[in-house]
Design a protein around this ligand. Structure first.
Ligand SMILES: [Zn+2]
Length: 447
């Protein structure tokens, strides 16, 4: 086997997020090929030789952030849906209908580099034309768990509570999800796939059962939206006599390999079912906060339910999201210990990795794991001074612009705040152009 490149990063604060939450105030980490070969405190042994040595004095090294719920292509909707009343169902979902595979690719590049430059090394994404997003993630060298958005209703009409089923749409999207899995699942050990039934109200019980069978056939899990709005809860009650969480149990989608985004409108019985079923709640505090809606956080944090953090879409900054997650928890009656800064970071790294079944590969800095690494520049007024808990310093003060470098699978994708894996200026220009074209065409249609 040909020798692999060794990169030594030294003189940095090392935040491992391992089981003991080990932090070295001055440590080193050795990357060899795509893996972490070794790490430790102080200086590495003098005989340790590397092809590249990075003096990371004044920086902190952390595991790459794992964002457990994203739609990177949804960067399209920045500043469009936050303020206007009902804009998510009235504007964003109808506008999604104007996407094409090529538009989705361009906008996915835009959203993906937003994530990457903020320190996110792995996304869990579900959207239209997912093979276009997969192409973007693959080209950038990022890590991702990807699912095709399966719907069998018209997203433009659910704002009017019109849930007329379109079975051929559902079948076509299931087939597309199968193609995605066949083409991308396991690619380079970086890209994995799931099935993506969009939500409990936009996929019938019958189709969801079929998706469950196919998930078992391909040995992949599921990613969906659950109990994110009151219409959804009412529709399911009237149609099936089920809550959204009961729908998950009824269809078989409930299980350890399910990531259920939001779970805002849940009963105590629903939460007990999630805990028993082992699914992960993807909590997107910044996004749901914009809608003024939160799940029963005090109950969830106290329960044995696995909950990890996601940013969802539009604004994908894991640092503000961690902070907002803590703030809304405390505003919802949670104690200051639960969650604290360390827990917020764990829910954005190792717990998120576990939710995706990838905790043996990523989510913490440990020997043998994949070298998904973030270097935070601590030499700024917002991160000075640092005392003995750099995690608290970062979680309460860092922002995405403090991210200096990012490695995924040992490959440097961002160095010195510059994107190495693609032409950033070109992505911004194309993103603006395509977004403008979609918006013009939407306005033309709705005029
Ligand atoms: Zn979402």
């Amino acid at each position: 086997m040909k020798p692999q490149k060794k990169t030594l990063i030294k003189n940095s604060i090392l935040i491992t997020v391992d089981a003991e939450d080990t932090i070295y105030q001055r440590g080193w980490i050795l990357l060899e090929g795509e893996r972490i070969a070794d790490l430790g405190e102080g200086d590495p042994a003098p005989e340790l030789k590397a092809d590249e040595v990075v003096d990371a004095s004044g920086m902190a090294v952390l595991p790459g952030i794992v964002d457990v719920h994203t739609h990177v292509c949804g960067s399209l909707f920045k500043a469009m849906t936050e303020d206007p009343v009902g804009a998510f169902y009235g504007l964003a979902l109808p506008m999604e209908k104007l996407l094409t595979p090529e538009y989705t690719y361009v906008l996915s590049m835009l959203g993906a580099i937003e994530c990457l430059k903020a320190g996110v090394t792995c996304i869990n994404d579900v959207y239209h034309y997912m093979r276009s997003t997969a192409r973007a993630i693959d080209e950038l060298g990022m890590r991702g768990v990807l699912a095709q958005k399966i719907i069998e209703t018209d997203l433009a009409t659910i704002q009017f509570n019109d849930y007329t089923r379109i079975p051929e749409e559902g079948r076509a999207r299931v087939e597309e999800n199968c193609r995605l899995i066949e083409e991308y699942h396991g690619r380079d050990g970086r890209i994995f796939c799931k099935f993506g039934p969009h939500a409990t109200d936009t996929v019938s019980v019958e189709l969801a059962k079929r998706i469950k069978e196919l998930g078992d056939f391909y040995h992949v899990g599921f990613h969906t939206h659950v109990a994110q709005k009151t219409n959804e809860v009412e529709f399911l009650k009237e149609t099936y006599g089920l809550t959204p969480v009961e729908y998950l149990c009824e269809t078989g989608l409930m299980g350890e390999d399910l990531v259920a985004a939001h779970c805002v409108y849940t009963t105590d019985h629903d939460l007990a079912l999630i805990e028993k079923g082992g699914a992960t709640i993807a909590h997107c505090a910044e996004m749901t906060g914009k809608r003024g809606q939160f799940p029963a956080l005090d109950k969830i944090y106290k329960s044995g339910i696995r909950m990890a953090y996601g940013t969802d879409w539009v604004t994908m900054d894991p640092w503000t999201n961690m902070r907002i997650s803590i703030i809304v928890a405390r505003m919802s009656g949670c104690s200051v210990e639960c969650p604290d800064a360390h827990e917020a970071l764990r829910r954005s790294t190792i717990i998120a990795a576990k939710a995706l079944g990838l905790d043996d590969r990523i989510g913490s800095l440990e020997k043998g794991k994949q070298a998904d690494i973030v270097l935070m520049d601590m030499q700024s007024a917002n991160l000075t001074p640092v005392f003995d808990d750099p995690v608290a310093t970062l979680v309460y003060n860092a922002n995405r612009h403090d991210v200096d470098s990012v490695w995924v699978a040992g490959k440097p994708l961002v160095r010195g705040r510059k994107l190495l894996c693609a032409d950033e200026a070109e992505i911004l220009r194309d993103g603006q152009q395509i977004a403008g074209r979609i918006y013009e065409s939407y306005r033309g249609r709705s005029a």
